[in-house]
Design a protein around this ligand. Structure first.
Ligand code: HEM
Ligand code: HEM
Length: 224
């Protein structure tokens, strides 16, 4: 007897359809590592390698060995240390941009039921049009809206980050570099806010019957 493996269009084995496809899960956890890494570089540059204390440290340490350097010289040592950390940030940034492109492509190639756009529309329909199970439908809709805002934020981070990383090529737009940097820096706070709300939401959902097991679903795929 032939064994029928579940295919992309298989509707005869709905039980074998995963809630989250493996590429989406891979994307999710890699994204966590890369955003985490990126945030750590920002944290390092605003604490351990902060220019002022490092300049002071370099000056006092050299003074112990009888070498006196100016504040400006110490500043440039601190600056290059900071730049090294920014270079790591930029590497994380390139991976994040690649992951974002991967996520966009995935949207086209996923099974219809696993597509974010389709889930978004269905949540909207359930809440605004069907008007059944209002509270649960509203929750689903709000969650999808929050994910949409997060994806938009990722696009903003990628575009502004690439602008800053390729500032030489962007020389004609030098006048707006400062604003671009401000937008990039500000959006970080929104991303942090998303992460806090998201993790709290997922943990709260785990405590409810309706959401029990969603974290393991994001690991093993779950069932549709
Ligand atoms: C969630 C992801 C990201 C976060 C939280 C983040 C955060 C930040 C922050 C807070 C700054 C400092 C801004 C300032 O000084 O006002 C910064 C600078 C920068 N970021 Fe990102 N960023 C992210 C993604 C990216 C991406 C995707 C790229 C693109 C490759 C990138 C490239 C840069 C560059 C080139 C700088 C300037 C570094 C310098 O001053 O030399 N970032 N980022
Ligand atoms: C940097 C940190 C994180 C980011 C940026 C992030 C981002 C996202 C995004 C965008 C989605 C929606 C995926 C989609 O359907 O297109 C998602 C879903 C999910 N994430 Fe995260 N996540 C992060 C951390 C975590 C952590 C630490 C956990 C576990 C404790 C987690 C558990 C989940 C689960 C269970 C879902 C599915 C929830 C649902 O169906 O609504 N995430 N995450």
């Amino acid at each position: 007897m032939a064994i029928i493996a579940p295919t992309r269009k298989d509707v005869t084995h709905p039980g074998q359809l995963k809630k989250y496809s493996w590429p989406l899960r891979l994307w999710h956890w890699l994204n966590l590592v890369v955003i985490g890494g990126s945030l750590i570089t920002v944290l390092i540059n605003s604490t351990i390698t902060d220019r002022q204390p490092i300049s002071k440290l370099v000056q006092t340490e050299l003074q112990k060995s009888g070498v006196t350097i100016t504040g400006q010289e110490a500043g440039s040592v601190a600056h290059s240390l900071e730049d090294n950390v920014w270079n790591v940030h930029i590497y994380f940034g390139y991976v994040l941009v690649a992951l974002l492109l991967f996520r966009l492509l995935l949207e086209f190639f996923q099974l219809a039921d696993q597509k974010f756009i389709r889930q978004f529309k269905s949540a909207y329909h359930q809440y605004k049009i069907t008007k059944k199970n209002r509270e649960a439908a509203q929750h689903e809709w709000v969650v999808k809206l929050i994910y949409t805002v997060f994806y938009l934020l990722l696009v903003i981070m990628a575009v502004t980050g690439l602008f800053l990383a390729f500032e030489d090529a962007m020389a004609p737009y030098k006048a707006i570099r400062h604003n671009v940097k401000d937008v990039h820096g500000f959006c970080m706070y929104l991303i942090i806010a998303f992460i806090v709300v998201h993790i709290a939401g997922v943990l709260l959902a785990e405590r409810k019957d309706t959401g029990k097991g969603i974290v393991s679903d994001m690991i093993n795929g779950g069932k549709k």
